[in-house]
Write a new protein. Structure first.
Length: 249
């Protein structure tokens, strides 16, 4: 039986399975499908997938990236998210104290799901953002209770600041520039890194999003001023980096 000294192994063990769940969530939630009880099926032949089809990463590799029932090519999206969840657990294990490991994994896995959904569907669901706000405040309460007011203020300030930007942009340009999901994601940021970390989150998000725009512009047609772009993945990266390493100096 594992001793307490090896408790750090559990996030690594469960992370690929968490990633499999997050990938299913990212596909089903925007489509309005049940994301807890629905059986996994091949999207092409609708065959129900068994246990051997659902082993994270290994099943996709063993099948050559194809459904064993109809031989249709299966997206690597599941395997990528599963590996991403494992990478988050390893990154957190390398960076944070052991007593913050589970909290860090919960944050990282939630941000991974949000980034994947926003990149695919321009959506940051309340189903994920709102529980992450609560989890961030809970982590502050149990970790550093004296700092809880800063985290509460951060959640409020992050949401209000982005809501003000959203309203101002709509007033000046006559169209939406930020979604309400981004507003709530900034509340997540403040809840986890407090108001002190918010400027760093936004700066990292802006730099990362600008780099992504440049990279995309070289691969595809140039991006116009009215091109719709997801800002959520950049914010998720900013929150994660500031949580692990603290605000930029």
């Amino acid at each position: 039986m594992m001793t307490r000294d090896f408790a750090w192994l559990w996030p690594l063990i469960v992370s690929p399975f968490v990633g499999s769940f997050l990938a299913a969530l990212a596909i089903r939630l925007p489509a309005g499908r049940p994301w807890i009880w629905e059986r996994s099926r091949c999207p092409y032949c609708a065959a129900v997938l068994g246990v051997l089809d659902l082993i994270p990463v290994a099943s996709w590799l063993a099948s050559g990236g194809r459904c064993r029932h109809c031989q249709a090519a299966v997206t690597p999206f599941y395997a990528i998210v599963e590996l991403g969840a494992l990478a988050i657990a390893l990154w957190a294990l390398w960076t944070v104290p052991q007593d913050q490991l589970w909290a860090s994994c919960i944050l990282g896995w939630g941000l991974l799901a949000l980034a994947a959904i926003d990149a695919r569907d321009f959506l940051l669901p309340d189903t994920i953002t709102l529980p992450l706000v609560v989890a961030g405040l809970a982590a502050a309460f149990f970790g550093e209770p004296d700092d809880l007011p800063q985290h509460v203020a951060g959640a409020a300030l992050g949401a209000v600041a982005f809501l003000a930007i959203r309203i101002a942009y709509r007033h000046l340009r006559g169209r939406e520039g930020l979604g309400l999901g981004d507003v709530k994601l900034m509340a997540v940021a403040g809840a986890w890194v407090s108001w002190v970390g918010l400027p760093s989150v936004v700066l990292i998000a802006a730099v990362a999003s600008f780099a992504w725009v440049l990279a995309r512009g070289k691969r595809q047609r140039p991006i116009a001023l009215d091109t719709r772009l997801p800002f959520g993945p950049g914010l998720c990266l900013g929150i994660w980096m500031v949580w692990l390493y603290g605000p930029l100096n």
